[in-house]
Each structure stands twice: as structure tokens, then as C-alpha cells.
Ligand binder design. Structure first.
Ligand SMILES: [Zn+2]
Length: 404
């Protein structure tokens, strides 16, 4: 039997007043998702344990098949994997933002969407002036880069810059969690301080900026972590897996999980994504792999932008352009398959941030017995035959076996 997860990032929501108390999922026209609910079994899934952050890295780890408490890894190492940077056991990786600092405060967590060439020049300069002695910067995308420290220790607390916009930088120093982290905290604080002069010398920072124009004036490393020691999906489930996503974080998870990462042309991570291309890639991947993890970011982006109309449109596109195409494909090919459709976490469009509430799940296909639920949404899923699942229960229902 083949297995497919259709992961619609941030799709679940809370009731919205302007929708008469319905959620975007309830308000959107979703005949194909509703068909899955009608013919399949529904439930709720607690993807994020209470003591872990409400992040996509935690929630997707859960859905993919891992106990997030045992396998939680920081964004830095996941993005390192996605950039093709192989870490040794003694290296520490951190996401390194280029931020905009102004009047000794964080003005933005982003120094702007830099071109590839501008980013390459900045990373070359940072390595030239601040690198060496086990410190190296790697280029990522726009303002999102990577810092690797040989022998760095993860017993440190860094402040995610998006959580501290408008705050005094002097109060946001990296701190050590115990003696072990002291040296590393000191190294990072010095790098941040020294980066101000390095970046001030950039031609683009010497030009006069329009008011409110973001520019890269400081580095800001955060999300420090060491290479995870995860079992592969093959070891965990016995299945060969593939991941389809536009998001670096999910690509990184797939790489550490030993899954094939499949790139789709026109997959953007937003509402302009190539839904048809992703559906076609999933159907193609199912011919070769027994387990395919199809991740679509668009609903989460619409939620972060607080755009209710766009969120509803994204959900309707997911239904009519992605789910419909997949159902048509597997039925035409008479594929023996079990499909799970779910978000990783809710991202309520009114509050714009991830929350930990359980997400609605529907299982459909081979070996799944239909329950009485007729529609796919947050409220109906709670009445389904699968009940409220933790990570282990979801794993057992989806893979049909106990996680070792
Ligand atoms: Zn997410």
C-alpha cells in the first residue's frame, strides 16, 4: 500500500466573526476535502506537545512520523541540511539573519530581500572580516543565512529577532545556560557587535536610504543547534519516502529523515504556487516511493498576512487544484493508497501567529473505515471516529503499526 500525506501548512483556524462564526475552512467551498471526510475517518491531532514551541519544525516532525520530544531539531541545522552544508558532530549551526538595526533597537528582523549577488558579497565580506578560527558564514536566501561554529555549544539562549522588534539591542545579548555555554555566548555576542562596522562599509549602506527602507546593518544568529541523530523514515516505518515542499525547513527535515527531496518548478511557498505541478509531482513520486509527504505553505503565508479572503481562496485552490487532481490520479491508476489530509498547526488569520490547538485530520483510502462525518473542518473532525490523537496514535492509524 502507498501512503500520502497532504499537509496544508497553517490551514486550520478559529471561528471568525465576519464569517458568522465559521472558520475559513467552513466558509470555503471544498467538495473534494468533504468527499475525503464522507468516505474516510476523521479526528483531531495534537501535533505539538505543550513543552515545545508552536513551530512548523515541531509540527511537521510529528506528522512525518517522529516523536517531536525525542527528535526536535532547531531551524539552523534544518536549514543547513537544505543548503547542502554537512555538519560534523562537533559543530553548532545557527540561522543568521541580516537584520535592520536603527537607534540601537531592532527595526526589523529582516535587512531586506537581498539579491543572490548582494547576499554573496555580504557573506564573502563577513567571512573575510569575522570568519576563520572555526567560524564560517554560509549564504542562504534574502536576509536568511547560516553561521557555523566549530566546537560551539548549544547551551545558550538566543533571541529570535522577529519576537523583539522595537526592543533595545543591548538588552538582547546571547546568554549561557550554565557554564558550558559561556564561551559560545561570548563568541556570538562579539560577532554581532563586530558585524555593525563590517556591514556599515557596504556600498548600499553608504547610500542615503528612503525612510522605512530595510537594510542589512547587523547580523543576528539564533536557533542554535547540533546535528540531530534521527532514525530515517525507512528505519522508522520500513518505507522509502519522498518529500515535496518549497520550504527549506521541511526540506531539511526530509534530508535528515533520509527521504528524497523532490523539487517542483513554480513551487513558491505562497498563494501563487504551482498547485497542479505539486499534485503531478506527488502522483509521479508515488510510482517510485511508498510514502510521499506533500507540503504546501500557501495557507500559512495568507494567515501570517492576516488576509482572510486570500486564505479562503488558498483553501479553495488546495481543494480544486491539488486534492481533486490527486484523487483523479490515484483513481485512474487504481493505486492502493491511504491518504491523510491535515494542517501542521492552526495559524488563525486574526492573530497571525501559530497556535498549538489540535488540527483536523481525515484519513481516506485503503483499510480506512468511514465514520459519520460528512465535511472536513475543525468542528466536524472532532466528532470523527479517530478521536483526539497524540503523535503515537496518529502514527499508528496512518502507518497501521506501532512506532518502535
Ligand atoms: Zn507550519
Amino acid at each position: 500500500m502507498k501512503r500520502l500525506i497532504i499537509l496544508c501548512d497553517g490551514m486550520a483556524d478559529y471561528p471568525v466573526k465576519s464569517l458568522g462564526g465559521r472558520t475559513p475552512l467552513m466558509a470555503a467551498r471544498t467538495p473534494n476535502m468533504d468527499r475525503l471526510a464522507r468516505e474516510g475517518a476523521s479526528g483531531l491531532f495534537n501535533t505539538i506537545p505543550a513543552d515545545l514551541p508552536a513551530g512548523s519544525e515541531v509540527a511537521n516532525l510529528s506528522v512525518m512520523g517522529y516523536d517531536p520530544r525525542e527528535n526536535f531539531c532547531q531551524r539552523g541545522v534544518l536549514e543547513a541540511a537544505s543548503l547542502g552544508v554537512e555538519l560534523s558532530d562537533s559543530q553548532l549551526a545557527l540561522r543568521c539573519n541580516l537584520i535592520w538595526a536603527k537607534d540601537s533597537k531592532i527595526a526589523s528582523h529582516s535587512g531586506g530581500d537581498l539579491s543572490h549577488e548582494a547576499g554573496a558579497e555580504i557573506i564573502r565580506l563577513l567571512n573575510d572580516k569575522l570568519g576563520g578560527n572555526g567560524i564560517r558564514f554560509y549564504q542562504g536566501v534574502h536576509y536568511r543565512h547560516l553561521l557555523v561554529i566549530d566546537g560551539g555549544d548549544s547551551h545558550i539562549e538566543c533571541r529570535p529577532p522577529h519576537d523583539y522588534i522595537g526592543k533595545e539591542i543591548a538588552a538582547l545579548k546571547v546568554t549561557a545556560r550554565g557554564e558550558r555555554g559561556e564561551k559560545t555566548a561570548g563568541i556570538i555576542n562579539k560577532l554581532i557587535a563586530d558585524s555593525a562596522a563590517v556591514l556599515a562599509a557596504l556600498p548600499l549602506n553608504r547610500e542615503k536610504a528612503a525612510p522605512g527602507e530595510k537594510r542589512p546593518t547587523l547580523i543576528w544568529p539564533w536557533a542554535a543547534g547540533e546535528k540531530p541523530r534521527m532514525k530515517t523514515i525507512k528505519e522508522l516505518t520500513g518505507l522509502d519516502g519522498a518529500v515535496i515542499t518549497a520550504v527549506d525547513l521541511i526540506k531539511g527535515l526530509g534530508i535528515y529523515a533520509g527521504m528524497k527531496v523532490i523539487e517542483v518548478e513554480g513551487a513558491t511557498g505562497n498563494s501563487h504556487t504551482n498547485y497542479e505541478g505539486k499534485a503531478a509531482a506527488a502522483l509521479e513520486a508515488l510510482k517510485k516511493y511508498d510514502y510521499v509527504y506533500l507540503h504546501v505553505e500557501a495557507a500559512d503565508e495568507a494567515s501570517h498576512d492576516g488576509d482572510l479572503a486570500l486564505k479562503i481562496k488558498v483553501i479553495e485552490d488546495l481543494d480544486s487544484r491539488l486534492v481533486a487532481a490527486i484523487l483523479k490520479g490515484v483513481e485512474e491508476a487504481k493505486t492502493d493508497i491511504r491518504i491523510a489530509l491535515l494542517p501542521d498547526h492552526p495559524t488563525p488569520v486574526e492573530t497571525r501567529i501559530h497556535v498549538k490547538d489540535p488540527v483536523p485530520v481525515v484519513l481516506w483510502g485503503s483499510g480506512v473505515t468511514a465514520d459519520a462525518v460528512l465535511e472536513y473542518n475543525e468542528a466536524e473532525a472532532g466528532k470523527g471516529g479517530l478521536g483526539l490523537m497524540d503523535q503515537k496514535a496518529f502514527f499508528n492509524n496512518f502507518f497501521g503499526k506501532n512506532r518502535s
